[in-house]
Design a binder for this molecule. Structure first.
Ligand SMILES: Nc1ncnc2c1ncn2[C@@H]1O[C@H](COP(=O)(O)OP(=O)(O)O)[C@@H](O)[C@H]1O
Ligand SMILES: [Mg+2]
Length: 263
């Protein structure tokens, strides 16, 4: 099967696969709109994959299916070999840290309570929660007073950083992040890109992130998956998409962003 290159190290020493996704023939419609059209995709463990593509290409839909927030009309989503089922979602979501595109914070909870909700549900002790929160707040450079505020009282960039803290809180083996840096101002975004790359490299987590910034995708991810109109147009290393585009659209997409050199 095309794209089914399978055995590239999805297993550890005892032969179990951890943090892998396998999508087969995944399709989704919203009325007349085809959000995803028979997508086959393998996400390997311990690697960073970036879903890229124009607005409306189906990137968020694909990520939401891995979280279990959307369900395919056709096909199947497997995590570590087992099809996702509604009944398994609470356990699934303890193994993944996820951040949906709008941040997905609960409006009636403060930033701190949003970030620590799952840890409290799991009865982590207060000192452990406080230490973890401190470390993550420092990592994402969230001002301390922001923690006491409600989402409506935060800037878009601050909400996004709270969402990121929440996703990282349990130190999960899998991170699914939808435009995690999209609303940040350029300086913080640049710094966080560096920190996230270090973090992903250290943790060897399975990371799937959505971005429509090609430079950010190439900087953070080993594998790019370029979507258009609900289909995967090309996937591979950033250099492969740049140097061996499968069709003219790939080349246009990979080179469409300006830098100061073009000014
Ligand atoms: N809940 C929804 N209702 C109707 N259409 C939707 C819904 N969610 C997504 N779509 C449509 O599905 C397509 C893919 O959307 P999405 O996955 O959000 O794209 P992307 O994240 O790449 O911008 C778009 O045409 C979008 O308008
Ligand atoms: Mg989206």
């Amino acid at each position: 099967m095309p794209g089914d290159d399978g055995a590239d190290g999805n297993a550890d020493a005892d032969g179990d696969a951890h943090g892998t996704f396998s999508l087969r023939g995944v399709g989704k419609r919203h009325g007349d709109t085809v959000a995803l059209d028979a997508v086959d995709l393998e996400i390997a463990t311990g690697r960073t994959t970036a879903l890229i593509g124009p607005s409306g290409a189906g990137k968020s839909t694909l990520l939401r299916m891995m979280v279990g927030l959307d369900w395919p009309d056709t096909g199947v989503v497997r995590f570590d070999g087992a099809p996702l089922r509604h009944g398994d979602l609470p356990a699934h979501r303890r193994r993944i840290g996820y951040m949906i595109q709008e941040g997905g914070l609960f409006p009636h909870l403060t930033a701190a309570d949003n970030a620590t909700l799952l840890a409290r549900t799991l009865r982590w002790d207060a000192a452990r929660i406080a230490a973890r929160l401190d470390a993550l707040v420092a990592l994402v450079q969230l001002p301390a007073d922001a923690l006491r505020r409600y989402p409506a009282e935060l800037s878009g960039g601050q909400r996004q950083r709270v969402g990121l803290v929440r996703a990282l809180m349990l130190d999960p083996p899998v991170l699914l992040l939808d435009e995690p840096l999209g609303a940040l101002d350029p300086i913080i975004r640049h710094e966080l890109q560096g920190q996230m790359r270090d973090l992903f490299a250290q943790l060897r987590r399975t990371v799937v992130l959505v971005t429509h910034d090609v430079a950010e995708a190439a900087y953070l991810a080993e594998t790019l998956v370029l979507l258009r109109a609900g289909r995967i147009v090309q996937q591979g290393a950033p250099r492969a998409l740049r140097d061996a585009p499968a069709e003219p659209f790939v080349q246009r997409f990979m080179t469409a962003q300006r830098s100061l050199a073009d000014a």
